[in-house]
Design a protein around this ligand. Sequence first.
Ligand SMILES: Nc1nc2c(ncn2[C@@H]2O[C@H](COP(=O)(O)OP(=O)(O)OP(=O)(O)O)[C@@H](O)[C@H]2O)c(=O)[nH]1
Ligand SMILES: [Mg+2]
Length: 228
Amino acid sequence: MVEDSDQNYGRNVNKSVLLKIVILGDGGVGKSCLMSRFISNHFDDHNFHTIGVEFMNKMIEVGGKQYTLQIWDTAGQERFKSLRTPFYRGTDICILAYAIDDRSSFNNIKTWLNEFLHYAGVKNGIEKFPFIVVGNKSDVSSKDREVSYEQLKQWCEENKIATYLETSAKTDNNVLEAFSLSVQRWADLEQKAEKELRMYHHPDTVTLHGSNNVTGFRATCCSRFTSL
Ligand SMILES: Nc1nc2c(ncn2[C@@H]2O[C@H](COP(=O)(O)OP(=O)(O)OP(=O)(O)O)[C@@H](O)[C@H]2O)c(=O)[nH]1
Ligand SMILES: [Mg+2]
């Protein structure tokens, strides 16, 4: 979605693209902390579980372009499933989070991925949707680490997810990078999709050899992303 700001002889000079981002992952992996670190550069060592969903907006510049990120922080506990899943539709970017000191939260990433694919209605393949896998709590000591960076890399390669990194909401390690990288991934996929559309979107006459001549052929476009 493009928001109008300044108009210059009918031409938009400042455009901000609005992107909806959802953060998913087990309860306690640090989704709310990642959001508040990104939005207000604040870390709270609390222990409150999120109930349902909450969202906040923040502007960010990536690759010289302005984006307004609408970040949806969801409740990771199983009992809140019916409260969070209705909000998956219309998502532009999905962050799958686990904690590096919690092996089972890493094992559950696949379940989160499948839940998102199902309720968001993503049909065009994982590799065409901007997912990012984030291993949070990178500040924990090496003796508490239960998932290595190599395991993260391997899992993402096997599951066709190109973007992943480790973060710490506590020490502010890679938090801005995680959001920037996911926007960059969105922009790359968008550019690729537009290119593909241009290739197919030919109003020209197409003549087939043989007995059947097809005239005025125009390929229909379909969006890569789901929408509300
Ligand atoms: N060491 C460390 N602790 C963190 C980090 N991020 C979050 N925590 C702690 O982990 C606990 C859970 O963080 P939350 O952000 O509430 O977790 P959540 O994923 O939002 O959990 P739900 O709302 O239940 O889904 C809190 O006690 C945080 O202080 C981090 O980067 N490092
Ligand atoms: Mg939370």
